[in-house]
Design a protein around this ligand. Structure first.
Ligand SMILES: Nc1ccnc(=O)[nH]1
Length: 427
């Protein structure tokens, strides 16, 4: 198993190593009062004040008569509790995590990376269940319990990547919830047959279909977007478009998406990933575009890229545009960077956004967890009754301290099971 962020290949230990949680005792949700979280069937059923006088269950003199030792009571030791982290933009099909080092090669730029990946992915067994398992395990180890992953769909691999990711996620038995975006990484209209593959992916249960720079890759923004929206309307799936195109070219494509979202009644189901253009626009132009996105129920995801104009997070959220945080690719043929640790990425997002005040640092933590519920198909993803029992414990004074320091994850609970402890993944 991968017990450290190293490059040792992982094997599958028996899932019996994971404990089912009935009570997560003595934790501080969002840094608040010491509480006990009660859990049944993977869902939080009660959040009650912790009584420090009550002895730990199973010890002599325990006041909790109807709970036997080892019956799922897990000690939180007063640690800070956050909801499981949500990776709203990943590419878990294309990582070489766990393999010997792969040196960066090929040409820069979107087309350069696409070509390099297509030339070398087979050598690395990409897409493959083992590589996806390795990167998902590392995500779980660092507290990510839900992921929206783009998965390449193209004329070379067809839908095989989606099957691989589904199989890997199933192997982990619910330790991480994975939603799939069928992603036409190699282009849509410029590769006849890809629209058909996206249609098949949607029919087969992919939760979203993706797109890629409709203008600069397909050179036909209206054509690509019309094709994607027709599929989304037909199957009721979401749309999540990679938009690297900047400035007015990017803004124009967002406007095309706004029009189509409203016309198709797809409010709440359309996402712009990266959307560098939004960060680049000035003053009123930016404000008007953000307002229109908010009215159309369009969300955004960012990977907190260094060197790009940061997204106006406060303006987006105030304008009704939910923002999610994602890792992008993690150690892949696009880039050697990325560890999958969403909390260190939250530090990066906060720094890039100039966040220093407590309330801003808490906002960064919310973007990386509770406020990202919608990106992984959840109504609620928080430390509240009715939410999935996805919890991360860290030794931190409060949420701002956790965001700036990204301490080791002491305990990770997913769907009511202990899936990582003290930096060791148990699935
Ligand atoms: N940042 C990106 C990673 C992978 N594929 C893309 O199109 N973009």
């Amino acid at each position: 198993m991968s017990t450290a962020p190293s490059n040792t290949p992982s094997t599958t230990p028996p899932t019996s190593r994971t404990d089912t949680v009935t009570v997560l005792r003595d934790v501080r949700p969002w840094g608040g009062e010491r509480s006990d979280l009660h859990v049944a069937d993977g869902v939080i059923t009660a959040v009650v004040p912790h009584d420090p006088a009550a002895r730990a269950v199973g010890t002599p003199g325990s006041t909790d008569a109807d709970t036997a030792p080892d019956a799922g009571v897990v000690e939180g030791n007063g640690l800070l509790a956050l909801p499981g982290l949500v990776n709203a933009h990943a590419h878990v099909d294309k990582s070489w995590w766990g393999k010997p080092w792969v040196s960066y090669g090929g040409e820069p730029g979107t087309q350069g990376r696409i070509a390099h990946e297509r030339a070398h992915r087979d050598e690395l067994g990409i897409p493959g269940v083992d590589v996806t398992l390795a990167v998902l395990r590392e995500s779980v180890r660092t507290g990510t319990t839900a992921v929206r992953s783009h998965v390449d769909v193209d004329l070379g691999v067809g839908l095989r990547g989606i099957e691989v990711v589904r199989e890997a996620a199933a192997t982990l038995g619910g330790a991480v919830h994975v939603e799939i975006v069928a992603f036409p990484q190699d282009g849509v209209l410029r590769r006849p047959g890809v629209l058909d593959l996206l249609d098949q992916a949607a029919a087969a249960g992919a939760e979203h279909i993706g797109g890629l720079d409709p203008a600069s890759i397909d050179r036909d923004p209206v054509g690509q977007l019309d094709g994607l929206f027709a599929i989304a309307e037909r199957h009721g799936v979401g749309i999540d478009v990679h938009l690297h195109d900047g400035g007015e070219l990017g803004a124009f494509q967002i406007e095309l998406m706004i029009d189509r979202t409203v016309r198709a009644g797809l409010q709440g189901k359309v996402n712009v990933a990266h959307g560098f253009a939004v960060g680049q626009l000035a003053g009123a132009r930016q404000a008007d575009l953000v307002a229109a996105m908010g009215e159309a129920g369009i969300s955004m995801t960012t990977v907190a890229p260094i060197g790009a104009a940061p997204l106006p997070l406060h303006a987006l959220r105030a304008g009704g545009v939910p923002v999610g945080l994602g890792t992008d690719g993690i150690r892949d043929l696009w880039s050697p960077y990325g560890t999958g640790d969403l909390l260190t990425l939250t530090t990066q997002l906060a720094r890039l956004s100039g966040f220093r005040r407590d309330e801003d640092l808490v906002t960064a933590a919310r973007i990386a967890s509770a406020d990202a519920a919608r990106f992984v198909g959840r109504e609620v993803h928080d430390l509240v009754v009715g939410a999935p029992a996805d919890v991360v414990l860290v030794d931190a004074q409060n949420v701002p301290d956790a965001v700036v320091r990204a301490p080791r994850r002491a305990l990770v609970v997913a769907a009511g099971r202990v899936v990582a402890r003290d930096g060791e993944v148990l699935v």
